[in-house]
Write a protein that binds this ligand. Sequence first.
Ligand SMILES: NC(=O)c1ccc[n+]([C@@H]2O[C@H](COP(=O)([O-])OP(=O)(O)OC[C@H]3O[C@@H](n4cnc5c(N)ncnc54)[C@H](OP(=O)(O)O)[C@@H]3O)[C@@H](O)[C@H]2O)c1
Length: 507
Amino acid sequence: MSSSNPLRDPADRRLPRIAGPSGLVIFGVTGDLSRKKLMPAVYDLANRGLLPPGFSLVGFARREWQNEDFAQEVHDAVKEHARTPFREEVWQQLIQGMRFVQGTFDDDDAFERLRSTIDELDKAQGTGGNFAFYLSVPPRSFPVVIQQLKKHGLADQEGGSWRRAVIEKPFGHDLKSAEELNKVVHEVFEPDQVFRIDHYLGKETVQNILALRFANTMFEPIWNRSFVDHVQITMAEDIGIGGRAGYYDGIGAARDVIQNHLLQLMALTAMEEPASFDADALAAEKTKVLGAVRLPKDLGRSSVRGQYAAGWQGGEKVIGYLQEEGIDPRSKTDTYAAIKVGIDNRRWAGVPFYLRTGKRLGRRVTEIAVVFQRAPHSPFDHTATEELGQNAVVIRVQPDEGITVRFGSKVPGTSMEIRDVSMDFAYGESFTESSPEAYERLILDVLLGDANLFPRTEEVELSWKILDPIEQYWDKHGKPAQYPSGTWGPAEADEMLARDGRSWRRP
Ligand SMILES: NC(=O)c1ccc[n+]([C@@H]2O[C@H](COP(=O)([O-])OP(=O)(O)OC[C@H]3O[C@@H](n4cnc5c(N)ncnc54)[C@H](OP(=O)(O)O)[C@@H]3O)[C@@H](O)[C@H]2O)c1
């Protein structure tokens, strides 16, 4: 330890981490993501005192706005969506560094104006040339924006300053396109300048997977094939596609959720303990897991896709996917996807990982359930243990964040009747602090240059390598099974687990 007082050690992670002089440029600032998540996150960080005094926010978009119009937009977005209360003094400070640059992505003059805006902010706000460029733009525009940054010298790190690129999902739509995009990105930026967003990794509960596994002694000894029967990872939504037909159709549930969020959750659940918590060590362990994933030979029996049909959701009648506005009535896009994979290593050999996601399912929930084997022998009368299930550790990612441990317990009374019970840890009950939004954490990490929570090139490409054969199989075979809205997906998904003698959890 460099200092006798640990609280004075700048590397002490218990202290608030405050970004140094810097600014953020948001491309696509008029979009849905920027309004609902990014602008509020910037304000929440400022409100928590985690941004530097001269922090600057530059919006880039096509609209004919002046700086004042942009500031008004940010103001409205913050009032509507920020997590923390509105404070005039925080706002007045933030507004000093707000600028708007009008233009399209192919407009060279606009990028020159962006350059002079950054120079002006360096002088007026003391941003020191340190800027992150957030590409909150349609994925087809990622390459042009990256190339424009290079062309106009905006990616150059001069005189000790830094430049970083933040890239939204989806990162490609298959392995080939992801490789092509990685090539474009790395022609301009070094690997440590690139931050690919998987906002799930910014969630407290997801980071808590690592705490649960590696800060404790009681879980890790049983976290392997000798004790675990299987793992189920679920991300269920109760909503349909809303107004996002243009984005969703042709992409579907597997590409939208399994390729990134669910495979990342699986990697964190299955990986070995990293040598440290720095970005390289974490990425190395996650990469090993993704590289060891094996798809079953018969994809027809180990993958299922579905499409929501009309049904009932929350007491309301809702239409099916094919009737949604903007959707081709012949669309074969999956709104539900479930796959079974194995991990070929000593810890997990023979343990299936079942991943599923879908829209218009029974309720909104994301969870990881590690389900344990049954006791090898039961001394209790079988009639007394009829209701006994399998032990499970369930990490509840959202909502109702926490961890549940399920086990059998004696029912009070004179007979030895045993029934499943749950032991719960709930964030809301154990901690007074509310959890920051994922985007707060991720934007702060970008400004600090902390890449722990951002998937690397190899992880993204390995994830597409896992998904591509499934998508190709689906392309050639039939079409998605229909499931009524408000249910837990197509019957085929239940049959897939039933063939293995298992069943999906009904969270
Ligand atoms: N929305 C979400 O909840 C969500 C969730 C996860 C990931 N994402 C990802 O985040 C990114 C942004 O999504 P979004 O939903 O915010 O998209 P969006 O609402 O369609 O916004 C796109 C933005 O890009 C701008 N834009 C498009 N083409 C342009 C051009 N040629 N020149 C200049 N500006 C242009 C639009 O400006 P105009 O206003 O001028 O059209 C708009 O500000 C996408 O990569 C998406 O996949 C979004």
